[in-house]
Design a protein around this ligand. Structure first.
Ligand SMILES: Cc1cc2nc3c(=O)[nH]c(=O)nc-3n(C[C@H](O)[C@H](O)[C@H](O)COP(=O)(O)O)c2cc1C
Length: 264
């Protein structure tokens, strides 16, 4: 049954319903051509090789993002797609700093390697130590190149593989409007937005014009998940909440989001 309240249309076809009190009744989320069983996912950094995917999927996450995968990563054979109904994303990057031609080549080579193994791909620009976010011409070049490679590979694998950028909103170097414009112009599907500031998430969501937002950063409770969705995010990720609280914390959040649904 739908909750009464504000109807929020998310790009890519997802519709959720929220009340003034912030409860979200319809938990399944369809965006970017993918059906997520619930909006809560595991952020990159917990499983960098895919070896934990089977056990992580059993915790009830709607999606699990593996990575960051680089040319140095030895991928586990089990990366797999859509295990037990969980969407599996691949977060890609390069071990080298900056956005040189070699770094862009690393991203595109890794994209080719993971595209058949994952439901969606995220190009990570959020690592502060790698100094990529201030280089706007580099970002434009990277996004254009990745998008072109994604289009070719999508034709090969017979499905459109969603491609997103992961950006940190707190980073001083990021020219957000320009980075998002580059993503829009190149036909990317969304932004994984690292920020714990609701007003910032809301402000950025207003000029995304069709791009999906996955919100990550300081999400610890079902209330946090609801707040991010109400600010404009289609999906929400946790890292520290899982790293510190384990599967019990995830079960509790999911239970609070949908009290009538049983999670493993
Ligand atoms: C130990 C650690 C390792 C991480 N490794 C990655 C990574 O490899 N790739 C990535 O995109 N983000 C990585 N992150 C960032 C997280 O995915 C997430 O964006 C960030 O921790 C904010 O979420 P949280 O407040 O829930 O922890 C890492 C974070 C931590 C704490």
């Amino acid at each position: 049954m739908r909750a009464r309240g504000k109807r929020r249309n998310h790009p890519g076809g997802q519709i959720s319903w929220s009340t003034a009190a912030g409860s979200v009744a319809n938990r399944s989320v369809s965006v970017m051509g993918l059906a997520f069983a619930n909006p809560l996912g595991l952020a990159a950094g917990v499983d960098r090789t895919g070896e934990l995917v089977p056990s992580l999927c059993s915790h009830g996450f709607g999606h699990v993002e593996v990575g960051t995968i680089t040319q140095e990563t030895r991928l586990a054979g089990s990366l797999g797609r859509s295990m037990s109904g969980t969407i599996v994303g691949a977060n890609i990057g390069s071990a080298l700093p900056g956005l040189s031609e070699q770094v862009i080549e690393d991203y595109t080579t890794t994209l080719r390697q993971v595209v058949g193994l994952s439901d969606y791909v995220v190009a990570n620009l959020s690592a502060p130590a790698l100094h990529r976010d201030g280089d706007m011409p580099g970002i434009e070049k990277l996004v254009k190149r990745l998008s072109a490679v994604r289009d070719v590979l999508s034709a090969v694998v017979g499905r459109r593989v969603p491609l997103l950028l992961k950006l940190a909103a707190g980073s001083h170097g990021t020219n957000f409007p320009a980075a998002i414009m580059a993503a829009r112009v190149s036909g990317l599907d969304g932004i994984v937005l690292v920020s714990n500031c609701l007003s910032r998430i809301g402000a950025i969501s207003t000029y995304l014009d069709g791009l999906v937002v996955i919100s990550v950063g300081d999400v610890r409770s079902a209330d946090d998940v609801r707040a991010r969705i109400n600010a404009g995010a289609a999906l929400v990720q946790v890292h520290s909440a899982y790293a510190n609280g384990g599967s019990a914390r995830i079960r509790r959040i999911l239970k609070e989001l949908t009290p009538t649904t049983r999670y493993p």
